[in-house]
Ligand binder design. Sequence first.
Ligand SMILES: Nc1ncnc2c1ncn2[C@@H]1O[C@H](COP(=O)(O)OP(=O)(O)O)[C@@H](O)[C@H]1O
Ligand SMILES: [Mg+2]
Length: 320
Amino acid sequence: MTTTYAVLSEGLEKRYGDVHALRGLDLAVAEGAVCGVLGPNGAGKTTAVRVLTTLTAPDGGSARVAGHDVVREAGAVRAAIGVTGQSASVDGELSGRQNLRLFARLLTYRGEAARTRADELLERFELTDAADRPARTYSGGMRRRLDLAASLLARPRVLFLDEPTTGLDPHSRNQIWAAVRELAGRGTTVLLTTQYLEEADQLADEIVLIDSGRAAHTGSPAELKAGIGSYAEVVVAHASALGAAAAVLDHLTGTEPVLDPERRTVGAVTTDPSLTLPRIVRELDAAGAAVIDASLRPPTLDEVFLRLTGRGTPIKETAA
Ligand SMILES: Nc1ncnc2c1ncn2[C@@H]1O[C@H](COP(=O)(O)OP(=O)(O)O)[C@@H](O)[C@H]1O
Ligand SMILES: [Mg+2]
């Protein structure tokens, strides 16, 4: 059986002056799949989306989207895709309804059809009540929803979403997640970037972890999580108990604990599904390490990174 790839890139390279944003990025997204490109700030996610959506040319490697080369057949790629960026592409002076009708007409819907399609999407994204207000008065979540609605007008074969939920309230985030699931259900291929492990876990069939412009790890959410396990962290009553607590965690998890004397915490990754919180607390107690708080939780992106790349996430850029 042959798989048809909606997105296929090989060795993509992109430099901005001295910054090597993409260093040989390989991606393969099967037709109809949802691919989550997961990575911290500065990993190269937006650059990858820009190259794949023909907004910027790669300096090396190649990529095909919907079967077309992003450099030589950029027009055909553009005709097959939708893009929702981190900053909305809607016109703030126009109302939500006017924005969508304008997009619809640009996409060759005529008169009545443009109006009907715009109204359907306003309803779909719970924007009907605000439909006639200028978009600049919308909240961040509403603007993001309007932006996604605009990108759905064209019923694209492949939809690119660059951090679609970063900074959104939970309600807006859930609406975006529902829209992504619905689109996927209708056969649209979705490539979304995210800094949230949970988001990739919820939505993606396959997660590509990117680190400094290349794919550091690729697999299903289950594979990724099985590989990284969960994170046990305890807070001890006195810094003097850190050593004893670390020895217990080391013994229980078989991984090297991380100590933070300032917060009086010791944490360690565990891939043992039978390791429970009560057992951790019991053993700490038996070792005489007084614990005031303990948790066993899914790892954060930083911990996934540490685990899969052997080092921490790159220094976070401050938001512009
Ligand atoms: N237009 C640009 N000029 C110079 N450097 C850039 C530009 N765009 C991105 N970069 C740099 O390229 C790297 C990757 O950035 P980006 O693709 O935006 O990452 P992400 O979207 O994962 O946060 C970062 O080091 C960033 O500072
Ligand atoms: Mg980005």
